[in-house]
Design a protein around this ligand. Structure first.
Ligand code: NOJ
Length: 711
């Protein structure tokens, strides 16, 4: 008999359900804030999993209770939201998506896993894979953006990074793909609202990233808080059992979101905790995160015949299996026993800087003001995000420390020691007072160039942070306009967790950069880009709207029967705005200038099973070395189900020295042209397919070719 069988044979019902129970801990669980019920629960085997505890000593102390003082000595599984870094804080996920760089995504997840594991953590609730097309929804900041292909690449890279080569290694943590599914489609972008998406959209847009995570071996999956058309995800047997375990072949652990099982009562599908627990368990939810429904109500559900012992056993086995895969039975203290090498701290910081600067998107550079001239002698750095060290950490700071983060002001000071840099506190991020504006204007009057640091506080995006207004909060617009009225060159940086609709700023400022929440190295990264030490390479993973009225907005729309035609009244547009975004998906300027020529597809007549080689020549026509990002899109112009105008199938980033040319090549499997057919099965239909390559999804900048799929 194996270890798990032996344990199963000796476990009481309560001990079994204890393995399905995850409880939130306060960090100082063994100190003065010690919670008696928690410690007793661990000893009694009623608590098998914890979240929100980290620290080598803290985790060891509670693990000791489980493995030395509980009857069966089953180790605890300790999870934490290690989202964009643990001790070293990297850019938020939406910013990381701007890098379009799976190798970097993997590296930052690897370091986050190492650091979390050093702190005794064995599981993270990441990657978040919700395709997000509505910036009102605050969790867009945690997302990989609007595109399912990009989200799928991120799913695989992050899973590899967190889990490493061997889940049992002392620097690996179990990854959790979340939140299955369509959370980004909540009605009107309102947090925790219902979503109502078609089966087709689920299969085309929202599920593929989860399939990619499963294919990469992700250890756990978390259903979202929401319901889809009346079926809450926490009790959605069709998707959790049918699709996730059945179709996608997932055999890991399903863990509920925080309190979500009890919230089935609020959803209106369960009258009480007993039925809520039964619904969730029968849908395949193994671990109850904090609602107490399993430990409190599963015994009664069993008595009432609402669940079977075998369903409970299956879930318990999956949890024990995960603990085994994590190596917890062999050495429950392995995480938390490694210390970082001395050189690692510096390497991690360096990676944070690399990741941060690669995430910055240069949105406009109207007068070519950037990069800053080395002759610049006097800069005013103002705006409420200029010296906002803590805000740089973003929405999930884990064990990050505000004092470790470099503000934009400090980054510029460090980068420009010969330049006079003036700064004054002016308006607050959100407050209504305009008192500081005149001081700021006076300060700017004497400067050659103004760096205006605008945006949102970290807490204005993330969970429970939806907004109806996508403009600048507080009196920041008044500040910006007063400064712009001076007529000085103005470079604006936007620290935010979502695209902000600021057409007036894009029109008036000389340059605008999306700097998101870049983590510990934010200030250095911004300075690297402004000074030209780093040639900006970030690209938008979301279409940036002009106005909140345009959302949801995304590039891979289906064609309209009356497509937008400027000036045509009966075409798909608005009376008061064009339908096009302010900046398209993939947009991002460089200090270099790239031109594309000569798109080739080889062969041009293909059959199922073939691979098409798509190539273009890219020329750096500028005098600066730089990195170009190229997007490969396809379109099936006539199909049994209308296909999107563009669908992303590949991305390439190429370093290109000034004046040089290179060929970019993709190998496109013909199977990538298949789609979800009328009966939701995958179909590959013969006929003509368009192939497009461009530097963004802007149709006017695409090079186009075609291939023919023979019947
Ligand atoms: C709620 C969030 O929705 C989820 O993403 C997170 O992992 C859990 N809380 C645990 O903190």
């Amino acid at each position: 008999m194996g270890r798990i069988d032996k344990l199963m044979a000796t476990m009481s019902l309560e001990e079994k359900i204890g393995q399905l129970n995850m409880v939130a801990s306060s960090r100082v669980v063994t100190g003065p804030g010690e919670r008696h019920d928690l410690l007793e629960g661990i000893r009694a085997g009623r608590i098998g999993n914890l979240l929100n505890l980290w620290g080598a000593d803290e985790t060891r102390a509670v693990q000791r209770l489980a493995v030395e003082e509980s009857r069966l000595r089953i180790p605890l599984l300790m999870g934490l939201d290690v989202i964009h870094g643990h001790r070293t804080i990297f850019p938020v996920s939406l910013a990381e998506a701007c890098q379009f760089a799976p190798d970097l995504w993997e590296k930052t997840a690897r370091v986050a896993a190492e650091e979390a594991a050093e702190d005794g953590v064995a599981m993270t609730f990441a990657p978040m894979l919700d395709v997000a097309r509505d910036p009102r929804w605050g969790r867009i900041v945690e997302s990989p953006g609007e595109d399912p292909w990009v989200a799928s690449q991120m799913a695989a890279a992050k899973t590899r990074g967190f889990q490493g080569r061997d889940l049992a290694a002392r620097d690996s943590v179990a990854a959790t793909a979340k939140h299955l599914c369509a959370y980004g489609a909540v009605t009107a972008g309102r947090e925790y609202a219902s979503a109502d998406v078609s089966e087709r959209t689920l299969h085309e847009v929202y599920l593929p990233p989860f399939a990619a995570a499963v294919a990469a071996g992700v250890a756990a999956v978390m259903p979202g808080f929401i319901d889809i058309a009346g079926a809450p995800m926490t009790s959605n047997a069709k998707l959790l059992q049918g699709w996730l375990r059945g179709v996608a072949g997932f055999d890991g652990v399903v863990i509920s979101d925080y309190n979500a099982i009890a919230e089935l009562i609020n959803h209106g599908v369960a009258p009480d905790l007993v039925e809520a627990a039964a619904l969730a368990l029968n849908a395949g939810v193994d671990i109850d995160m904090t609602s107490g429904a399993y430990i409190g109500a599963l015994p009664e559900a069993l008595e009432r015949g609402l669940v079977t012992m075998s369903a409970i056993d299956s879930s318990v086995r999956r949890v024990l299996k995960l603990k085994e895969r994590l190596g917890l039975f062999d050495d429950p203290y392995r995480r938390g026993s490694a210390r970082p090498r001395a050189s690692q701290a510096a390497e991690r910081r360096e990676l944070a800087r690399e990741a941060a600067r690669a995430a910055i998107v240069l949105l406009t550079n109207r007068s070519g003001i950037l990069p800053l001239s080395p002759e610049t002698r006097r800069i005013a750095v103002i705006g409420p995000l200029a010296a906002a060290q803590q805000e740089m950490l973003g929405s999930w700071a884990s064990a990050g420390r505000p004092e470790d983060a470099v503000s934009i002001l400090d980054g510029l000071k460090a980068a420009l020691p010969k330049c006079r840099i003036d700064h004054a506190a002016d308006v607050d991020i959100e407050a209504e007072s305009t008192d500081g504006i005149s001081v700021a204007v006076d300060l700017c009057a004497g400067a050659e160039i103004v760096v205006l640091s605008l945006g949102e506080a970290a807490a204005m995006s993330g969970e429970a942070a939806s907004r109806t207004d996508l403009g600048l909060p507080g009196r920041q617009r008044a500040l910006a306009e007063a400064i712009l009225d001076l007529g000085k060159p103005v470079i604006a940086t936007l620290t935010s967790g979502r695209p902000l609709t600021l057409p007036w700023l894009f029109e008036r400022a000389d340059a605008v950069l999306a700097t998101w929440f870049l983590g510990d190295e934010a200030g250095h990264a911004v300075a690297d880009v402004l000074t030209g030490k780093f040639n900006p390479a970030g690209r938008l993973p979301v279409s940036w709207p002009r106005d909140v009225g345009q959302v949801p907005i995304f590039y891979n729309e289906r064609p309209s029967g009356r497509p937008f035609a400027p000036g045509a009244h009966y075409s798909s547009t608005y009376l008061d705005a064009p339908p096009t975004p302010q900046f398209p998906f993939g947009h991002g300027l460089s200090y270099s200038r790239f031109a594309l020529r000569d798109l080739r597809c080889d062969p041009t007549v293909v059959k199922a099973g073939d691979i098409v080689e798509v190539s273009v020549t890219v020329h750096n026509e500028s005098e600066m070395d730089g990195e170009v990002t190229l997007f490969l899109f396809v379109r099936d112009p006539v199909a049994s189900v209308a296909r999107p105008l563009l669908e992303l199938k590949g991305v390439q980033k190429l370093e290109l020295d000034a004046g040089r040319r290179k060929q970019a090549k993709w190998r496109l499997p013909v199977e990538d042209l298949s789609f979800v057919g009328q009966g939701l099965e995958r179909v590959l239909e013969p006929g003509r397919f368009e192939i497009h390559v461009g530097q963004s999804a802007d149709p006017s900048g695409l090079l186009s070719g075609a291939i023919e799929l023979a019947p």
